[in-house]
Write a protein of this length. Structure first.
Ligand code: DGL
Length: 276
């Protein structure tokens, strides 16, 4: 049974994967970094996401992570392959848009893929559509504003509903009967999406499958004892603590980090440390 698993996202989205993982492997210690100083990642150029991701990976490794889960489609699309090359000693688990499982569910032959600009316009998306969805109609829908909505805790209510409806309606009008959640933040909007889309539409959420893959890579099995979970943010620690409480019922402490440069590279250090 392996050691520590590091999770990384721009914000709270990856908590959906973290939560699925902890259910599967409740005794494995974890680290979670939310780069909330830069959320959303979706509209950022892949090169910038790669540099930030490398900084987070160096930090997670220094904290003892043995397996790193890119709990984000956007980060996986921009950085999974370059990270594997840059850190060949670390096993990475990434996420691709779950088009493959969606194919099994569609009766209309129309699949909506809901994600960020970076995910839907990257090579990973093109590859999964080509491999798994030949002959079907795949509609990539950039859901601008949903990440910010989840970060703000707007999961229900008239404002949340208007934001979700705006991007959902065109896809449903086009006849999609399967919707792929291709952004980990959207898992937290799933109850609202499900209600607005109706019972005829299937939602595909990749979080459980990614969690299973991470447990497999780690060789995790049910062990004894209470594990230690540490949560870090480059944003506001009190706000992140409140988000953890509301989204996953976590009541523990949060550690604040800030970005700096070390030997020309982006690096994360505890927010209280002055190395200027
Ligand atoms: N939750 C992430 C994803 O799965 C990142 C979204 C963002 O920061 O734009 O794509």
């Amino acid at each position: 049974m392996g050691g520590v698993v590091g999770f990384f996202d721009s914000g709270v989205g990856g908590l959906s994967v973290w939560q699925a993982f902890v259910r599967l492997a409740p005794t494995v210690p974890t680290l979670y970094v939310a780069d909330q100083a830069h959320v959303p990642y979706g509209p950022r150029p892949p090169g910038e996401i790669r540099r930030l991701a490398e900084g987070v990976v160096r930090f997670l490794r220094a904290q003892g992570a043995e397996v790193i889960v890119l709990a984000s489609h956007t980060i996986s699309a921009a950085a999974l392959w370059p990270l594997r090359e840059a850190f060949p000693e670390i096993p990475f688990v990434g996420i691709e848009p779950a088009v493959k499982p969606a194919v099994a569910h569609t009766r209309t032959g129309v699949i909506g893929v809901l994600g960020t600009y970076g995910t839907l316009n990257g090579p990973l998306m093109a590859r999964v559509v080509e491999r798994f969805a030949q002959g079907l109609r795949v509609i990539p829908q950039v859901c601008a504003g949903w990440v910010e909505q989840v970060e703000a805790g707007l999961l229900e209510g008239p404002e949340a509903e208007a934001g979700v409806r705006r991007h959902l309606e065109p896809v449903l009008r086009a006849g999609a009967d399967v919707l792929v959640l291709a952004c980990t933040h959207y898992t937290f909007l799933a109850p609202l999406i499900r209600r607005l889309a109706g019972p005829e539409v299937t939602l595909v959420d990749p979080a459980p499958a990614v969690a299973r893959r991470a447990a497999e890579v780690l060789g995790a099995s049910a062990g004894e004892g209470t594990p230690c979970h540490r949560f870090f943010t480059t944003g506001d620690a009190a706000r992140f603590q409140e988000q953890l409480r509301r989204l996953i019922g976590w009541e523990g402490p949060v550690e604040a980090l800030r970005w700096t440069r070390q030997e020309g590279l982006l690096a994360l250090i505890p927010a209280g440390v002055d190395n200027s």
